[in-house]
Design a binder for this molecule. Sequence first.
Ligand code: ACO
Length: 325
Amino acid sequence: MTHIVGFGGYVPERVMTNDEWALLVDTTDEWITQRTGIKRRRIAAPDESTLTLAGNAARMAIKDSGLTPDDIDEIIVATDTPEMYTPDTAALLQDLLGCRNVPTYDLGGSGCAGFVQALDVARARIAFSPRTMLVVGVELITRMLDWSDRSTAVLFGDAAGAVVLGPDPGRARVLEVVSGTDGSAAGILTLAAGGTRNPFNRQTLESGEYNRLVMDGRRVFTEAVARMSQAVSDVLDRIGKTIDDVSLVIPHQANLRIIDAVRKKLQVGEDKVFVNVHEYGNTGSATVPFALWQCVEAGRVSEGDLVILTAFGAGFHWAAAAVQF
Ligand code: ACO
């Protein structure tokens, strides 16, 4: 059995409001609030990077677990905005934290579903051979976006969240994780430049393709609602529980309307669904572990609570995890 023994979370200090966005692009606080629920987001400082964000959350999670970097046996970093193209952010994080020469890898490209997918991989690794794992979800999306594109730029923010997982009893048990992918829907959310199909070059730079996030907002909306609510039902079925047994659902924080639609589909009250999208915007792979850390810190979850994590992301990927505190 996999246990969560430590939680950590970090957001940069700088707050950017919708009104500030309205000074940069043709938008309004009203438009952003009505369509997404987002009021403000955090923006990383120039001297911060994906690695420093991840490092801050990871140090907190390790400290919270009562362990030291020396105790970590494996590291996964879920991110679509890595520190650099090669090597992986996880290798750099191992060095930053002063861990031993343990295996590390990034889970990249799966957008906002990355952290819950990484949780699935980690629990399988621990079940196969007991070890202590650090799993981080981190994004510094605001540095990679086209700041002149109002249809995507206003949606995102920067953050990191982390957990330490191990085989010995801790604060919470990961009971079950379900995940899935529909690769035929890859086109509804892509940043296609930078790979071998369309490498970074003068043309992608001049055309602006290098940072152009292409999103079919309505398809993403529909898929997100259908996949997240199904994933929550599936994970509950697997553990023989119903939504009435759940104390709190922590969904991916992309958009308040998506969260509300999932909540209605699951027929669960507002008090049972955690929301922080108004404060932080969409922080990609970081939303779920950061929100989880906030809930633990704020006493929103206590012993005996069944908590469901769920996320969706580019791919199109989805996942849900059942966690028993
Ligand atoms: N401010 C003002 N107007 C805007 C803005 C903005 N920031 N962005 C787009 N518009 C305009 C469009 O140009 C369009 O104008 P037009 O009618 O003159 O062409 C109009 O608003 C409507 O645009 P739509 O894209 O149709 O707006 P929609 O109602 O679909 O809302 C949104 C867009 C919020 C993105 C919605 O589709 C949505 O919530 N989709 C889910 C996608 C999502 O949350 N993605 C998050 C990232 S993905 C992830 O987390 C995995």
